[in-house]
Write a protein that binds this ligand. Structure first.
Ligand code: AHG
Ligand code: MN
Ligand code: MN
Length: 345
């Protein structure tokens, strides 16, 4: 029997500290947690219930959808549409926003999510995750007429963000702007238990994560940073670095929260040729992860500016991402500034 703090207890106690809180937000978070427990169970059963493999369709970004992308998107909608806390949802797997059906009451929050991040890893049984972000619905305040425009808020407006990581353990990592806390799912009782209070990204780190197969397409400052890491003790950094690439952003961010490091999916010339500004999506990948990383003492930038300060232009907007230990991310930003200054002349 576990006698730790359950996520439900934790969220309620957090809510009590907020003056005027109605319990709406607490209840919304609980529904998100439930959705993640259902997804954890589906991912865990895998081919026993025939959910692996491709669905044969494409999402709005032209990516092939896995069966699990579609199923987990449905789980999120069903768990979160009925309770009356939301006005609309938006997801990686839906072209348009999803206004709460008029058969349910509409509430004052907006929810964005990537139901299954790293889904190419499901077939090979490597860790995947769910990412979510909660915003207040602006405008008329009662959330009756949700529009795409309502979602285009900068990351600094987020009320809460979190991810679930489906790895050897299922974990939930959460911020409401008051630090970052990690919970581990106790499968026997079906509850997330607080196991990682007040997570902080270690400052001094010598580990980076990037898909180096794209190296020849990167911009000069990114190439410079990674070259210096690769040159290790023989280069300007004077120390050896270690490298990881899981291809599941949730797993990479979780590693960085645990033992530090840098994760990046930078801009490259293949993207610019197609007119896209990055790989990862701002509203349901980059912003929530930036909120978590910065609440844990790290930094998250596009290369040139803080991600959470960007004013979103579109629901599925993509951005370059460099996040992790503050000093290293600042160094990457410095390299971009130097490069831009040299090339402005
Ligand atoms: P998704 O599965 O939701 O499309 O996102 C995967 C993302 C991210 O989690 C990961 O870091 C990156 O894409 C992997 O990209 P590459 O396959 O290009 O390495
Ligand atoms: Mn994703
Ligand atoms: Mn996804």
């Amino acid at each position: 029997m576990h006698n730790g703090t359950s996520i439900t207890q934790f969220i309620i106690e957090e809510q009590r500290k907020t003056e005027g809180a109605t319990g709406d937000f607490t209840s919304l978070l609980n529904d998100v947690v439930t959705a993640c427990k259902v997804i954890s169970n589906l991912v865990n059963k895998g081919e026993l219930i025939g959910v692996l493999g491709s669905a044969g369709s494409e999402n709005v970004q032209g990516e092939t959808q896995k069966k699990l992308d579609i199923i987990t998107n449905e789980v999120f909608i069903k768990s979160n549409e009925w309770a009356g806390h939301l006005s609309a949802m938006a997801s990686e797997e839906m072209d348009e926003i999803y206004p709460i059906p008029t058969s349910y009451p509409r509430g004052k929050y907006l929810l964005t999510f990537d139901p299954l991040d790293g889904s190419s890893n499901t077939d090979v049984n490597v860790s995947v995750g769910t990412i979510f972000s909660i915003l207040r619905c602006p405008g008329d305040g009662d959330g009756q007429n949700p529009s795409e425009q309502a979602f285009l808020q900068s990351g600094s407006e987020q009320v809460a963000a979190g991810y679930a990581l489906y790895g050897p353990s299922t974990m939930m990592v959460l911020t409401t702007g008051n630090g970052v806390n990690g919970f581990t799912l106790d499968q026997d009782i079906g509850e997330f238990i607080l196991t990682h209070p007040n997570m902080q990204i270690p400052e001094k780190t010598r580990e980076f994560a990037v898909n180096t197969s794209n190296m020849r397409f990167w911009e000069t400052p990114v190439k410079r940073y990674i070259d210096e890491c690769l040159n290790g003790s023989e280069g300007p950094r004077g120390e050896d670095f270690n490298m990881r690439w899981i291809a599941s952003m949730v797993a990479e961010v979780h590693r960085i929260l645990t033992r530090g490091g840098v994760f990046m999916y930078p801009l490259d010339s293949k993207m610019t040729a197609k007119g896209v500004e990055g790989k990862l999506r701002l509203l349901y990948e980059a912003n929530p992860m930036s909120f978590i990383v910065e609440q844990a003492g790290g930094l998250s930038i596009t290369g040139r500016e803080r991600i959470m300060e960007l004013k979103p232009k579109a629901l599925h907007q993509r951005v370059p991402v460099v996040l992790g230990s503050k000093e290293e991310v600042e160094r990457v930003m410095g390299y971009h500034k130097e490069f831009d200054a040299e090339n402005a002349a």
